[in-house]
Write a protein that binds this ligand. Structure first.
Ligand code: AGP
Length: 622
């Protein structure tokens, strides 16, 4: 997803902007650019390609100044070209902007601006923002407003954004008004960093560019516009006028975003899972009452007992975690539970009882579809909770309550530690909801005992890494895979297939294993490996039968099985063993070799593991 960064203060802006864009690379992008203001000139350097190439462009053709904005573009409208890269220029250079989001009515607005004489240079939707702000600024001046007043600029932006349909996080600078940055937000996140040593302010799509500069931030909300100089920051709401900013203190430290000794963030985050699960469990186990405890549900047990249906809504990997959650809640809380794709739920309008509670499951807390689905349910009066990894993110702030994963920043686009942390949080939630209903004390104690052992068991599972790399070396050349699992391991099969798809670009499909007979088995041949997630459990024999059906058709089989399983090696071509744990905890170990398999296959295929093509870490557009 696009990344925005901005600076106003005493430092050389280009260095901060380029470094900030490097820290936002994980969001996914295809071009980058900066605009720096010096006296009454704005220098722009932008191009398609990586931030490194932009840095070389700036080195070869420097810009100077201590006010500037920067952008990494994830193309939505308009191809990936130098001219379509941000920043965009309004009018004859009076206004320069960067934008994250989609202006849905841009075609009509573009036509209107063209009839007013504005000349468009790009094929993007974002360019209309620059011209629209310029137009209203010039109109204000014609009405006698002071061209150099911040109020005049603010009014021009207010009039402009009132015309937009869709989403925007837009940051603007004015050529003739030095030392001030303006920012407006509707749907696409923007956060302001407050300088701690001297007068300076930062702005970005998320707080990662601020690490090492400040940990005090202000989140811009929808309908708000910020006016930011080196020594002050004012927030204005479209309807209610000037608002008092609320300052949050971040608890992340810079070491979290260092790569350490790992070659890729994805591998680092796979190996951080024991610690991430430990952090997710910390302080949330109530041994005495054999239950879990949370500080942020903001509902009493009596209110929670009224809940007669649960809906998990999410996208991608988080949806897979929600499917595990569905099984956990049905088993332990005995509450009717469904997981819904957020992009569907936001428009589907399913019948929901008054006491249906909605959980938005999201690593980033900014996924547009998940945010919209949660808002739609809140609009109807349903209690909404967020299971989220990013403190202060939009979904976390708008939910009625929720649970933070405490997994630390997940930089790799492919979600790994967030998935297992989400599953851990959902297990704790199912325990909690079960224990305020019919789950017995002994049952609660058993669950807690097994949960406490998971960080160590995940650590043990990671020992399969070398073996998985060997398997990947034998299988990275195949171009189609099937992933099979049942019950708690069906979501794991889906997640394993997604991991392989998204970072190695190999076609992979996940199915409930018994579904093989209803179509997918037609795909089985010697060129199509099937990955079976087949740990011990009540239906182990059934899954083994499905596996044999594949072998009977000479399909190669890679099996994820339990240590101590002596049958599997006679059948499968490859076996990766994991610790033998209770079925409801199996996703926490069986997903690990699948993460590693996708990682090693992608590396062997020369793919960009941390920033796979076409993908973004946080999809903040529909
Ligand atoms: C998972 O590896 C992908 N990066 C993607 O499916 C992701 O899970 C999805 O976009 C949801 O993101 P969120 O958890 O931040 O809402």
């Amino acid at each position: 997803m696009c990344g925005i960064v901005g600076y106003v203060g005493f430092r050389p802006a280009p260095e901060f902007l380029i470094d900030g864009l490097r820290r936002l690379e994980y969001r996914g992008y295809d071009s980058a650019g900066i605009a720096v203001q010096h006296c009454d000139e704005i220098g722009i350097r932008k191009r398609a390609g990586r931030v490194e190439e932009l840095a070389k462009l700036v080195e070869a053709n420097p810009v100077e100044g201590s006010v500037g904005i920067g952008h990494t573009r994830w193309a939505t409208h308009g191809e990936t070209t130098d001219i379509n890269s941000h920043p965009h220029v309004g009018g004859n250079g009076e206004v320069v902007i960067v934008h994250n989001g989609v202006i849905e009515n841009y075609v009509k607005l573009r036509e209107q601006l063209q009839t007013l004489g504005y000349v468009f240079r790009t094929t993007t939707d974002s360019e209309i923002i620059a011209h629209m702000i310029c137009h209203y600024w010039l109109e204000q001046i014609k009405l006698g407003e002071d061209p150099e007043s911040h109020e005049t600029c603010l009014k021009a932006i207010q009039l402009s954004v009132a015309r937009f349909k869709g989403t925007y996080g837009v940051v603007a600078i004015f050529r003739d008004i030095p030392d001030v940055i303006f920012a407006a937000r509707m749907g696409s996140p923007l956060v302001i960093g407050i300088g701690k040593i001297r007068n300076e302010h930062f702005i970005a799509s998320d707080a990662s560019p601020f690490v090492g500069y400040t940990n005090e931030v202000v989140y811009i909300n929808d309908h708000e516009i910020a006016v930011i100089t080196a020594d002050r920051m004012d927030l204005h709401h479209q309807e209610s006028g000037k608002t008092t900013p609320s300052i949050h203190t971040l608890d992340q430290v810079s070491s979290d975003i260092d790569l350490g000794d790992f070659e890729h963030y994805m591998l680092k985050e796979i190996f951080e899972q024991p610690e991430a699960i430990e952090n997710c469990l910390r302080g949330r186990i109530d041994e005495e009452s054999a239950t879990a405890r949370f500080g942020g549900l903001n509902l009493t047990p009596r209110e929670l007992r009224q809940i007669d249906r649960i809906i998990f809504t999410a996208c991608g990997t988080s949806w897979h975690a929600g499917l595990v959650g569905e099984y956990l809640f049905e088993e332990f809380a005995r509450i009717p539970t469904e997981v819904e794709y957020a992009s569907e739920l936001r428009y589907r309008n399913p019948p929901m009882s008054e006491d249906t509670m909605v959980f938005a499951i999201t690593q980033s807390g900014e996924t547009a579809d998940t945010l919209a689905a949660m808002r739609e349910c809140k609009r109807k009066g349903h209690k909404s909770m967020a299971i989220c990894n990013v403190v202060g993110s939009t979904i976390a702030r708008e939910a009625d309550g929720g649970i933070y994963l405490h997994a630390g920043p997940e930089i790799g686009v492919a979600s790994t530690k967030a998935f297992t942390s989400q599953v851990t949080a959902l297990t704790l939630l199912a325990l909690y909801f079960g224990r305020i209903r019919d789950l017995s004390y002994p049952a609660g104690k058993r669950i807690i005992k097994m949960l406490r052992a998971m960080p160590e068991l995940i650590q043990q599972t990671l020992a399969c890494n070398d073996h998985v790399r060997d398997v990947a070396e034998r299988y990275f050349g195949f171009n189609n895979y099937l992933y099979m699992g049942r019950l708690y391991n069906f979501p794991v099969a889906l997640e394993g297939a997604l991991k392989l798809k998204e970072i190695s670009y190999i076609h992979a499909e996940g199915y409930p294993a018994a579904e093989m007979k209803h179509g997918p088995i037609a795909l089985v041949d010697e060129q199509t490996p099937s990955v079976f997630v087949v740990p011990h459990g009540g239906i182990y024999p059934k899954v083994m039968s499905n596996l044999e059906e594949v072998k009977a058709r000479r399909g190669p089989v890679i099996a994820i099985a339990c240590e101590g399983d002596h049958r599997i090696s006679d059948l499968a071509d490859e076996v990766i063993f994991v610790p033998d744990v209770e079925e409801f905890l199996q996703p926490l170990v069986t997903s690990i070799p699948l993460q590693l398999l996708s990682y090693h296959v992608a590396v062997l295929r020369g793919c960009n593991v941390d920033r796979p093509r076409n993908l973004a870490k946080s999809v903040t557009v529909e």
